[in-house]
Design a protein around this ligand. Structure first.
Ligand code: HEC
Ligand code: HEC
Ligand code: HEC
Ligand code: HEC
Ligand code: HEC
Ligand code: HEC
Ligand code: HEC
Ligand code: HEC
Ligand code: HEC
Length: 358
């Protein structure tokens, strides 16, 4: 396929202009079994003058309509000579191969290649009938809402290859048409140092975090980044599926920790006294309550815990940021047989023990 030169486009356009007018007079093309919103699928008749022709298909440029249709005559080419996908596969074996070999194929591609490609010419590269995201949104309105309604957006969804950064439009070895296993997909981009969010804040190199932290959070150990992050966009801080405070200190409200409490019991932080809900207690005094459950400036989980992986046990972080410049101070955590010790960071050395003193 070649980018059409202006001359070429004019020539093609002239040849097919009459046809286009005829085509436009016909009822809009619609296939009842073609997917959720196929009724609004753009026509795949050859584009004519006044339409934005960016690209043309090599066999169409030959002007011999009989390559695919019953007749050579551009004014009256007749039907195509075999079912659409068979026709495409007769020249595009590599796509047929992919569709057959890979376990997860895309329903519209199994049904009809022209749901996305115009076999003649098109405004978009790869003969797409519409701009890529508009094309996908046509049949995936929920994804459209996730992307366009997002308070926190994710750059790869809207930049560069867009949806194709992560998905294959035809077929894939991984579920959800993903190009790689979710974890590998995420760390191809989050395995380097200088990724910055939309405000310019540098994001952690997650691959390095995981390599350096032998203690991994349950869902991270099972390589499930989507357990917490919404890849297309989210109403929450850091693309999280649920709420989690963005700051180091926050007024305590269990709703602000909906993410963590989706998997952990909120009683962990709720009850001042307990002998069962947490091991972070001194006797029956709940130290999660002491640190986190405050009407103002409660410490958030990140004051003590890493989210993805840590070197210290219980996902305790190595350092906490201190002072206006966020100077890193070591957290000297030491596990003890029935509790632990935190030394000389936020306070002088203190130990806790789960043994209940009577
Ligand atoms: C690479 C194969 C190919 C070539 C070459 C080709 N066509 Fe088609 N054409 C198709 C396919 C596929 C369809 C869709 C048919 C269907 O879904 O039933 C189609 C449909 C059409 C339609 C009907 C569009 C509609 O809205 O239903 C027109 C008109 C048309 N072609 C004109 C032409 C003309 C004129 C030429 C030669 C200048 C040409 N085609 C060359 C593959 C081709
Ligand atoms: C007669 C052979 C033939 C048939 C039939 C055919 N194609 Fe093609 N197609 C080609 C050739 C040749 C190219 C240009 C190859 C290239 O540039 O790598 C091409 C290019 C393309 C491209 C763009 C590839 C790129 O890298 O830019 C798409 C998309 C495509 N075809 C889709 C289809 C679809 C969909 C059908 C069925 C409706 C179809 N083709 C039927 C021969 C064919
Ligand atoms: C759901 C939409 C969709 C359907 C259906 C679809 N394609 Fe594609 N196709 C795409 C997109 C998007 C690209 C561009 C991929 C990219 O840029 O990486 C593409 C690219 C291609 C290419 C260019 C090769 C390449 O890897 O870039 C060919 C050839 C092609 N498609 C053929 C087909 C054939 C044959 C069918 C039917 C079996 C088909 N497509 C069905 C969306 C679709
Ligand atoms: C013509 C309608 C149509 C178009 C256009 C379309 N899709 Fe689909 N897509 C479907 C249907 C139908 C399914 C299978 C039903 C389902 O699981 O929702 C599907 C399934 C998927 C799935 C797998 C969902 C799952 O739960 O396994 C992904 C991912 C996907 N599409 C992405 C895309 C992307 C990316 C594009 C744009 C290149 C696109 N789709 C364009 C109709 C379409
Ligand atoms: C950064 C990678 C990435 C990009 C870019 C991306 N997706 Fe996805 N998409 C995913 C992952 C990961 C899943 C699986 C989520 C899960 O399993 O919960 C997914 C799932 C889907 C699904 C299945 C339904 C769902 O939400 O789980 C559809 C449909 C889909 N994506 C469409 C799109 C479309 C359309 C675009 C472009 C606008 C796009 N995706 C861009 C990573 C991505
Ligand atoms: C248990 C839930 C959970 C899982 C699973 C998870 N994350 Fe996170 N992620 C978070 C939370 C919470 C934050 C915000 C951390 C903070 O600011 O303290 C975050 C932050 C991030 C950030 C921004 C880092 C920064 O410097 O602010 C990236 C990038 C990220 N996660 C990628 C990933 C990847 C890749 C995976 C899979 C390996 C993953 N996450 C798995 C909860 C999770
Ligand atoms: C193609 C590259 C690419 C892939 C793949 C990718 N990301 Fe990202 N991600 C980025 C870029 C660039 C940013 C920074 C710009 C932005 O925030 O949108 C980012 C930002 C983020 C953020 C911080 C968003 C914020 O503004 O707070 C999180 C969390 C994140 N990605 C998680 C993931 C997860 C989980 C996956 C796998 C499902 C993933 N990313 C896959 C490129 C990628
Ligand atoms: C998708 C479920 C899920 C979410 C969401 C989640 N966790 Fe976890 N978490 C787990 C699993 C599973 C384990 C491992 C439990 C085990 O090994 O007994 C775990 C373990 C932990 C541990 C280590 C306990 C230990 O003693 O080693 C801490 C600390 C922790 N989570 C904190 C958090 C925080 C903070 C959040 C919110 C930012 C959170 N979790 C969100 C599933 C989750
Ligand atoms: C002041 C430091 C600190 C803060 C803040 C903190 N934790 Fe912990 N957490 C610990 C310590 C220390 C342990 C290890 C207790 C033990 O086993 O000795 C722990 C253990 C855990 C465990 C393992 C089960 C248990 O309770 O024994 C989970 C789950 C957990 N924390 C979740 C959270 C969540 C969710 C938050 C935020 C709402 C949070 N933590 C805030 C220090 C903290």
């Amino acid at each position: 396929m070649a980018r059409t030169s202006p001359n070429r486009a004019v020539l093609c356009a002239t040849v097919i202009s009459a046809l286009f007018l005829l085509g436009a007079a016909k009822a809009p093309r619609g296939k009842p079994d073609a997917g959720p919103a196929a009724a609004s699928a753009p026509s795949v008749a050859p584009l004519g003058p006044g339409q934005n022709i960016g690209w043309a298909h090599a066999p169409f440029q030959s002007e011999n309509c009989a390559i695919c249709h019953e007749r050579k005559d551009p004014k009256n080419p007749g039907k195509i000579t075999m079912p659409v996908n068979e026709l495409c596969y007769s020249c595009h074996e590599e796509i047929q191969d992919l569709m057959q070999r890979r376990p997860h194929s895309h329903e519209p591609a199994r049904k009809d290649c022209t749901l996305c490609h115009n076999p003649h010419n098109a405004p978009e590269r790869k003969l797409l009938v519409q701009e890529l995201t508009a094309l996908c949104f046509r049949c995936h309105p929920q994804t459209q809402r996730d992307v366009l309604g997002a308070k926190v957006s994710h750059m790869p969804v809207t930049d560069g290859d867009k949806c194709m950064n992560c998905h294959n439009p035809h077929a894939a070895s991984v579920e959800r048409l993903l190009r790689r296993m979710p974890y590998d997909l995420c760390v191809t981009c989050h395995g380097i140092d200088d990724v910055r969010d939309s405000r310019g804040v540098k994001l952690a190199n997650i691959k390095q975090v995981l390599e350096e932290g032998p203690v991994k959070h349950g869902p991270v150990a099972s390589k499930d980044c989507s357990a917490c992050h919404a890849p297309h966009g989210s109403p929450n801080f850091r693309l999280l599926f649920d709420a989690y405070p963005a700051e180091f200190y926050a007024a305590y409200d269990p709703e602000n920790y909906a993410l963590c409490f989706g998997c952990h019991k909120s009683e962990l932080v709720r009850d001042e006294q307990t002998t069962t809900l947490t091991k972070f207690r001194n006797g029956s005094r709940n130290l999660h309550f002491v640190h986190v459950n405050k009407a103002e400036r409660g410490r958030t989980c990140r004051a003590c815990h890493e989210t993805h992986a840590s070197r210290q046990p219980h996902m305790i972080r190595d350092t906490v940021p201190y002072g206006p410049r966020g100077w890193p101070l070591d957290i000297n955590f030491r596990p003890l047989p029935d509790g632990g010790e935190c030394a000389r960071t936020c306070h002088a050395s203190r130990t806790y023990s789960t043994r209940v003193v009577r």
